[in-house]
Design a binder for this molecule. Structure first.
Ligand code: IPD
Length: 265
């Protein structure tokens, strides 16, 4: 990536720190929560405030840049990924703790504000946490592997059945353990950091995974669709792993389904 993008990355990190401060302060006070697609899919006033803060700040510095933001899309804005420089923003992933964003899929920033961990990835330049380079686990044995996943916010009976059935099969491979950080972005950072070998989920959105996905590939890991094909960022399905061998064994256990795409008209 040309050095010309350094100012954009610096801006992303600075605005993530600013947003993290707002999130930390909000956690000290009462949270006003409303719902999005279902009673499980929550949005707080802080999500909306933080997304606006990011968009405003970027617009002032980079007026030509475009945005795909979780809260803006929920409010009816389009979810179109074009060739224009685009910031993909999830103001708070996992309801309370985290803040990921990606820019043009060539850089990603995930700020775990309560832990004060700033994850940064640049295509071709590696992934880092607070300046320390990340590397995926070198584990090759699925039986010694830890797999992260989430139940998501879909409460449709058929989908929930498939989520549980897949999880049962993954557990019984057997794997060493199953975890879930409560945030797709952080689960991907855990893969990139070598803390877990893999993460999969059906139902995520592009803003949940764009930044973390780059973190994984820049740390030496692989990304694919849950049925084993190429990852499609708008498909709402993702499998990330430390290597292809581990990924393919998980693929064999997943009962896939197809949520409505993020870029569906
Ligand atoms: C959610 C979180 C959660 C995952 C959901 C996401 P949100 O994001 O990442 O871990 O299971 O699929 O939608 O709604 O808290 O930004």
């Amino acid at each position: 990536m040309a050095e010309q993008w350094q100012d954009v990355l610096d801006h992303a990190v600075a605005v993530a720190q600013k947003a993290g401060k707002v999130v930390r302060e909000a956690l000290q006070s009462d949270r006003k929560v409303s719902t999005k697609s279902s009673s499980i899919d929550l949005v707080t006033q802080t999500d909306q405030k933080v997304e606006q803060l990011i968009i405003q700040s970027v617009k002032e510095t980079f007026p030509a840049h475009r945005f795909i933001g979780e809260e803006s899309v929920a409010a009816g804005e389009p979810c179109d990924l074009t060739d224009e420089p685009t910031w993909i923003i999830d103001p708070i992933d996992g309801t309370t703790n985290f803040f990921p964003l990606a820019f043009l899929l060539i850089m990603g920033v995930v700020y775990s504000c309560l832990e004060d961990k700033m994850f940064v990835a640049r295509r071709g330049k590696g992934a880092f946490c607070n300046g320390k380079q990340l590397r995926v686990s070198d584990q090759k044995d699925i039986h010694c592997s830890i797999v992260a996943t989430e139940f998501g916010s879909n409460r449709d009976g058929g989908a929930v059945e498939k989520i549980f059935s897949s999880l049962r099969k993954v557990v019984c491979l057997p794997v060493h353990g199953v975890r879930g950080a409560g945030s797709a972005a952080i689960n991907l950072c855990l893969v990139a950091s070598g803390c877990v070998e893999a993460y999969y989920e059906i139902g995520v959105h592009v803003w949940d995974v764009a930044a973390g996905a780059l973190m994984v590939t820049e740390a030496g890991g692989v990304l694919m669709d849950v049925e084993g094909g190429a990852l499609d960022m708008m498909s709402r399905r993702i499998l990330a792993a430390n290597n292809r061998h581990i990924a393919e064994q998980i693929v064999g256990q997943i009962q896939a389904f197809t949520p409505q795409r993020d870029d569906a008209p």
